[in-house]
Design a protein around this ligand. Structure first.
Ligand code: PLP
Length: 389
């Protein structure tokens, strides 16, 4: 077979840090161990029935079988604007301030191509969802990493960004409620981000994939609720986690008109939009009865409470998060992330994600996703009790 040399952009990719844990997982599974996988942030709960029914009805209509419009059906964009009005009190023009996405990952990954020139800086949190960093590299940009540390409640320290870096920065990624730390941000932080963006003329890209996954009555804010935010920013949303639709591939971006236009300019040359039947199902999701979201959050909060208690008794340190289905867990003294992930896998069959896989400041942490039933989590807890740390 001919070996084709990869382009520099692929060769420059950082090493895949989960490779070793993936290899060990296969090895342990091959030994016949019953694995409990708490590694992946993919909901185990099904998509609510009324959304599936809406897809079926729309899929039966030949009008939906043709190419969709690039930026999304007007009815979908209107539904998004309506959802924003009801949920956040934010007014959006569906014609110019909303674009549909084939999942928010797609939009996040394409955004730097619209605004980053070679040598431009993107301010990227770390630890973080890896796409911010990689998409910046693909666009020829330079990521400048903003560490998310427990002493700052996992918010970036904007004052620590050197002026020379801020001057070269074209955009900043932020994500609250946060993956992997499960931290939340209050409007005051968003206000500081707006001021920073205005001063340095940067675009803020807020990844809001987890705003609907919150507990104990907490309602995470939108970045766009803060005064001046729409002038500097864009928000990415996903239906994946809110409605258990990770496989359906639908999300949207909203906010600053020129930012939406730039993203649309890239997308219209790369993809051809979201299948209209999926958009119709998306409308049923965001404008339909939201009791499914409350029920889902109830399930996750019960799982959270079980696991937080069990992990703290087993010698880990973890606080109950107010949002996201992740637990960001401090490993016991004397271990690093990879060592504890390996011990858990080999001695209990539990798969967790080493925190440093999300970036260097994630060292000393592991992440688990609460994506197993209570029965499976009870089994995980029983196994944790046998662990001598
Ligand atoms: C922080 C964050 N943003 C975006 C996404 C992408 O979601 P999707 O492309 O399914 O909308 C994920 C998925 O895990 C995520 O964790």
């Amino acid at each position: 077979m001919t070996y084709f040399e990869e382009a520099e952009r692929l060769k420059k990719l950082p090493p895949y840090l989960f490779k070793e844990i993936d290899r060990k997982k296969s090895e342990v599974r091959a030994r016949g161990v019953d694995i409990i996988d708490l590694g992946v942030g993919d909901p185990d709960l099904p998509t609510p029935r009324h959304i599936i029914e809406a897809l079926k009805r729309a899929a039966d209509d030949p009008a939906h079988h043709r190419y969709p419009s690039y930026s999304g059906m007007m009815v979908f964009k209107e539904a998004v604007a309506e959802w924003y009005r009801v949920r956040f009190g934010v007014k959006l023009d569906p014609g110019t301030e909303v674009v549909s996405l084939i999942g928010s990952k797609e939009g996040i990954a394409h955004f730097p191509l619209a605004f980053i020139n070679p040598g431009d800086v993107a301010l990227v949190p770390t630890p973080a969802y890896p796409v911010y960093h990689i998409a910046t590299l693909f666009a020829g940009g330079e990521p400048y990493f903003m560490p998310l540390l427990s002493e700052n409640r996992f918010l970036p320290d904007l004052d620590a960004i050197p002026e020379s870096v801020a001057a070269r920065a074209k955009l900043m990624f932020i994500n609250y409620p946060n993956n992997p730390t499960s931290a939340i941000a209050e409007p005051d932080f968003f206000r500081r981000v707006v001021a920073f963006a205005e001063k340095n003329e940067i675009i803020v890209c807020h990844d809001a994939a987890y705003t609907e996954m919150a507990f104990d009555g907490y309602q995470p804010p939108s970045f766009l609720q803060v005064e001046g935010a729409k002038a500097v920013g864009i928000e990415f949303h996903s239906l994946s986690k809110t409605y258990n639709m990770t496989g359906w591939r639908i999300g949207f971006a909203v906010g600053n008109r020129s930012a939406i236009e730039g993203l649309g300019g890239i997308k219209s040359n790369i993809d051809s939009g979201v299948f209209e039947a999926v958009q119709k199902a998306g409308i049923a999701a965001i404008l339909g009865d939201q009791s499914c979201v409350h029920e889902m959050n109830q399930v996750y909060s019960e799982r959270r409470d079980m696991m937080v208690e069990a992990l703290n008794s087993a010698g880990f340190k973890v606080e109950a998060p107010k949002a996201t289905f992740y637990l960001w867990i401090k490993v016991p003294d004397g271990y690093n992330s990879a060592q504890i992930a390996t011990r858990l896998l080999e001695e209990t069959g539990i798969v967790v994600t080493p925190g440093n896989g999300f970036g260097e400041p994630g060292e000393g942490y592991i992440r688990i996703a609460l994506t197993q039933t209570k029965e499976r989590l009870a089994e995980a807890i029983a196994r944790l009790q046998g662990l001598d740390l």
